[in-house]
Design a protein around this ligand. Sequence first.
Ligand code: FE2
Length: 395
Amino acid sequence: MTTAFDPARVPHLNGPFAPVTAEVDVADLEVVGELPEALDGLYLRNGPNPRFTPVGSYLYPLDGDGMVHGVWLSGGRARYRNRFVRTEAMRAEERAGRALWGGLESLILPDAAQVGEELAGTFKPLPDINVVRHAGRLLALAESDCPYRLTPGLGTLGRETFGDRLPAGITAHPKTDPVTGELAAFCYALEPPYLTWSLIGPDGAVRRGPTPVEGVDAPRMIHDMALTERYLVLVLAPAFFTLDEALHGGSFLHWRPERGTRLALIPRDGGPVRWAEDEAFWLWHTVNAYERPGDGHVVLDYVQWPELSLGAARERHAAPGAAHGLTRAVIDPVAGTVRRTRLDDARVELPRIDDRALARPHDRLAVAAGGRGTCCPGSTTPCASTSWAARSGPR
Ligand SMILES: [Fe+2]
């Protein structure tokens, strides 16, 4: 258990990262400049935002309750609303008036006297990572757990299990095929099968899965995925869950570079998984993937990190092949080989493309970029200087 935890000394709970506790509505936001009349839509953002002062530990960016912020744009005007994603656990904490669950590193779980039989001893859901719309559903997403479904006004409807077909949940970063409307997802678990994948149709019904990924013999953390017209692309870095150690005061995650990073191409039609093995590297987020015209090799663009690092920043010397930066992996599905090349040296994260190009060749991307000390996971430097930059990328 983490001792001497002092929230005042946690950078991600202070300064520009200080939690927002108010839920507000602003009918007519001040507009600097001019909003195009034709711009009509909704911008949504989800992120960790503890409802009460955390206890035990706080591990950015995984800990923290979900809060969804929305900016509605229409007719040259903008309005704003933010709401917590009200899980059953948050409602229990609101009744108590304080945090009852500890952070991920402290494993403090309330008992039945505090929260009732149903929630006693359970882990706290943390749908604080992403928000997506699919099949008419607005979903606040957690790290491989059940999403929470929201109303159009950002109220919380409850856990989304997709008709009980996916009770273990899905990743926080599923991918929607813009042509077929299918949502592709994976879910990792601490117990066998450690990794499953699924496809959800444009009508919201599960079409395939959850299907175990053959050849996965231990629980690994996988944060994001990519999609091509034929494959789900998963990167299995050597970030292993070690719950037994965590229960005895150790860490719940271990980086084991000697195990290497494995790349999986999972055919969307259910065929055998193609594997490629590589030296260890970590990725939080993919840019996009696609099949290269001509040879069918899978191109995966992503932001590479030398290893998984949570919490406080540590300076390390990265191996030349695992340095931080925009990187391209080209996977030969037949030979089972992968070749990586560095696309850019800038310190960036949170890459996005135009979703209409997803799973097909893209020609540009946007990233969050900073100077020395960015707001990327692992940094303790506030991200006040972070800016958005558009970068052209080769196809
Ligand atoms: Fe993420």
